[in-house]
Structures are given as C-alpha cells and as structure tokens.
Design a binder for this molecule. Structure first.
Ligand code: PMP
Length: 348
C-alpha cells in the first residue's frame, strides 16, 4: 500500500483501523463522553472482516489452506460476507450455512460474493442435524481439503480483536477509556478487545469496565452470573448476531464485568433513532448496544468523567427489509409514532 496516497493493492488492505466517532445529540442527557467504533467502515461493512482475514491468514501460515481449497462457515451473514470477500481475493471456494433468521438481503449479498449458501432453520437446537452448526460440520467432513472456520469455538476469533480492535481503541482514546460496551454473539469482539484493553488499564492503573450486551432469549448473561447453562433462558428473538443458545468458547467470560439484556423492540427503535440524531446508518445490534447505554445511564453507571466506547458492529443497509422497513416494524408490533413508525401518512 502507498499509505500517503491511499492507493491499495486490494480491498483486504482496508480492513481494520476504523474510526471512533463522537456521539453528540443522542447522548445529550447523559453524563460523560460517548464514542462509537464504527465497524461499517471495514470494506465488508462489518467487524467480521477482521476475523475472516485473521483466521484465514493464520491457516495459510500453518499450511492448512492451499489455493483452491474450500472454506466453510456458519454465519448470521456478516462473517459469511467477510469470508466470501477474503476468499475471492485469495482464490478459495466459500460455502456458508446460514440461519433462516438472516435477512434476504444478506443471503443475496453472500451469493453475489460468490458463496454457496445453505439456509437452515433458526429455531432448532444446536445439536439438531438441520441446525447450521451440524450442516457445516457435515459438509466439512464430506469435502476434502476444506477448512471449517467455526467462529463460535475458535480462539483465533478472540486473537483477531486482541491484535487489532483493542490496540486501535486504546490508541484512539489515548488510554482514557473508562467503559467498553459491545454486543456478544460469538463473543470474539468483546473478549479480544477487552482482554487487550484490560491488560493496558492494569498496566497503567486506570479503571475500565467491560459490559456485554445480550438478548432476551439468550443464555449468555445467566451463564456469566452462574456459570451454568440454563435452557429455560432460550426462546426465539429477532435481533441477528446478538446472544446465543449455547456457550461459545470464543467468549472469555472473565474479561467481561457484566452483561445486560436488551429487547428486540427497543433496540430497533434505538437504531432508527441513531440514524435520525447522529446521521449514522448502522445495523440492528448497534441499536442494541446503544439501548444498553441508555439502560446503564438510567442506573447511574456514568459520570461526567466517563469516556465510553460503544462498538457499532455493522451497517444499516443490511436491514432494509427489517428494522428500516416500516411495515416490518408494524408486523412485529413495534409501533411508535415518535420514531415515524405508524405515524400519520403525510399527504401532498
Ligand atoms: N452484531 C452483528 C450484526 C453480528 O453479526 C455479530 C456477530 N454474530 C455481533 C454483533 C457480535 O459479535 P461477536 O460475534 O464478535 O460477539
């Protein structure tokens, strides 16, 4: 790359080094300073570019991947897009087993990026042969020379963020970060980022609190509190990429101070509100992350000295047929005139 001229050899050189953007209007009634780490600035428009590149390059380094090999993964969409993008540049085949909860836009995008996509039912248990985990595993066994990324159980998912997202945030906040707030799905983002930031804050004697965002219908928060897997916590919910119905080993629960849960409806409205107040068109889980901030502010978590970093994982364009579609919102019962859903139609 010729850095000074911003000329790059391929899109992969644009992964990482995403901006930290101050949130202004949406935070005006809350003490402290709030910054979004806007991962939509990655070339694949999400934080998952980081792990796709890192895990694939680690496999290359270890001699596991050879040109023409197949890369297989389970994904809610974003990881799939990133793996497909990296596969194109590096010359691999890409097969993705995705949840039927994923938006049609996402599935079409994956196909556009050259991936072969298997759509699997969302509301079956992880050990059901129809689940996307089991489908991916079976394909991996059947296809010779294939590599299964397995992001939920791959420690390299944590390392990717330990090596990139964490150091970037430490530098961008000049070591003054007091709170890291991030959604947890595989847990890779929050765990790797927090592991790096906590090491630094211990070294320099600063205070840092790490708060994970979980969904109602997911087991993560309860597991963090009790270290027990409680099946009763599991029920269907709408947000894609947040929470889990199993305990991923890509989550380091020890570097997370606490989890809070957010609802589908409030997260959707918050995402729409971020667009209207900050001019930032971000995904559903960015709404979830900021919904978490609102709940924490109500509890009195922040002071005027707080410097809070919130990870916004992906771009809003991936949710046009969901939270940014008024009819979809109404169909879910997410009506709210303040946010222009169900508002009186303006006649000309
Ligand atoms: N937001 C979105 C939109 C995602 O796709 C994911 C990944 N499942 C996350 C948040 C959570 O990130 P992680 O898997 O690193 O915990």
């Amino acid at each position: 790359m010729k850095e000074d001229l911003q000329v790059y050899n391929n899109v992969l050189e644009l992964i990482g080094d995403t901006p930290l953007v101050k949130l202004n209007r949406i935070t005006q009634d809350i003490d402290g300073e709030f910054f979004a780490k806007v991962e939509a600035f990655n070339p694949g428009h999400s934080t998952k570019d980081r792990i796709a590149l890192y895990i694939i390059e680690e496999a290359e380094r270890k001699g596991i991947l050879k040109p023409g090999d197949t890369i297989i993964e389970t994904t809610s969409g974003n990881t799939g897009f990133s793996i497909a993008m990296v596969s194109i540049i590096k010359g691999y085949d890409c097969i993705l087993a995705v949840s039927s909860k994923s938006s049609l836009d996402k599935i079409d995008m994956l196909k556009t990026m050259g991936a072969k996509v298997y759509v699997c039912p969302a509301n079956v248990s992880a050990d059901d042969p129809r689940s996307y985990y089991q489908v991916a595993k079976r394909l991996h066994e059947e296809i010779k020379g294939s590599v299964y990324i397995n992001q939920y159980f791959n420690e390299l998912n944590i390392d990717a963020h330990y090596k990139t997202t964490g150091p970037e945030i430490w530098k961008q906040t000049e070591g003054k970060i007091t709170h890291l707030i991030a959604c947890s799905g595989t847990g890779g983002t929050i765990s790797g980022t927090a592991r790096f930031l906590k090491e630094q804050s211990q070294r320099f004697g600063t205070d840092l609190k790490v708060i994970g965002i979980d969904a109602y219908g997911s087991v993560l928060k309860k597991y963090h509190e009790t270290r027990e897997f409680d099946e009763n916590e599991i029920y269907p919910y709408r947000i894609e990429g947040l929470g889990k119905n199993l305990i991923p080993t890509a989550t380091d629960f020890d570097v997370i101070d606490r989890f809070i849960k957010v609802s589908d409806e409030e997260s959707a409205h918050t995402a729409r509100y971020i667009a209207k107040t900050e001019g930032m068109f971000v995904g559903y889980t960015s709404g979830a992350a900021f919904q978490g901030v609102k709940q924490l502010a109500k509890e009195g978590e922040f002071t005027k000295d707080s410097k809070v970093v919130i990870i916004f994982p992906d771009h809003g364009s991936r949710y046009m047929s969901k939270i940014y579609n008024d009819q979809w919102m109404l169909d879910q019962g997410f009506s709210d005139s303040e946010n222009n859903v169900d508002a009186e139609k303006i006649e000309f």
